[in-house]
Design a protein around this ligand. Structure first.
Ligand code: DGI
Ligand code: FE
Ligand code: FE
Length: 190
């Protein structure tokens, strides 16, 4: 596996400047959340660091990576290029960075949509992405509060926010995104 310095050097050249700094901030937030919720802080930092590694990779190249990796896209996925970097990224970190940790691979894979019944690391990366230092959407402070006090509530609010935003924009909502909202919405009602 490439070490942290090699990975950071690679990301600096692969990503646009803002995206590179976003990645460092998500890594920091992921580590912070790992320390609160009892996950491995180094594992969380690594997953946060690489989560958007193919975000600035041309669509055609990402399609090639997914085909080569044997990923078969649904019609909805094919029509939603914004979802591709999570899938292609989960392959890229294995082939280019030598990351074999299945928990890290899955956290990258599901960081955009979320899904029902996520692992602790999957939830940490999903929420670190919403609450990293440079995020400044209305409501981010409330989201940071939930992130630090009730991770499942934060996942529900994040997923519900994304579903609303997509519906308003007339974009198709991935079944995993809906499943994340519904699963964590019910969690809160137990
Ligand atoms: O990569 P980031 O910008 O840091 O964040 P992200 O990986 O959560 O990607 C956010 C983008 O993905 C945003 O433009 C909305 C889009 N997205 C998230 N869930 C869905 C989705 N797009 C579609 N079509 N369907 C989804 O369920
Ligand atoms: Fe992303
Ligand atoms: Fe991100």
């Amino acid at each position: 596996m490439k070490d942290k310095i090699q990975i950071i050097t690679s990301l600096r050249s692969r990503l646009l400047e803002d995206r590179f700094f976003h990645s460092l901030n998500v890594a920091d937030m992921a580590k912070e959340l790992a320390l609160i919720y009892g996950a491995d802080p180094e594992q969380a930092y690594l997953a946060g660091l690489v989560h958007d590694c193919t975000k600035n990779t041309p669509a055609q190249v990402q399609l090639q990576m997914m085909e080569q990796g044997g990923m078969v896209l649904t019609d909805l996925e094919r029509q939603s290029p914004k979802l591709w970097h999570a899938m292609s990224g989960s392959l890229f970190i294995q082939s280019e960075y030598g990351i074999e940790d299945a928990a890290v691979i899955s956290a990258v894979r599901y960081h955009t949509t979320g899904k029902a019944a996520m692992s602790l690391l999957e939830k940490i990366i999903y929420i670190a992405d919403y609450t990293s230092a440079e995020r400044d959407y209305p409501g981010v402070e409330q989201m940071r509060h939930w992130a630090h006090t009730d991770l499942d509530k934060a996942v529900f609010e994040g997923a519900a926010f994304t579903v609303k935003k997509l519906q308003k924009a007339g974009l198709p909502v991935h079944p995993d995104t809906l499943a994340a909202r519904d699963y964590y919405g019910l969690q809160g009602k137990r």
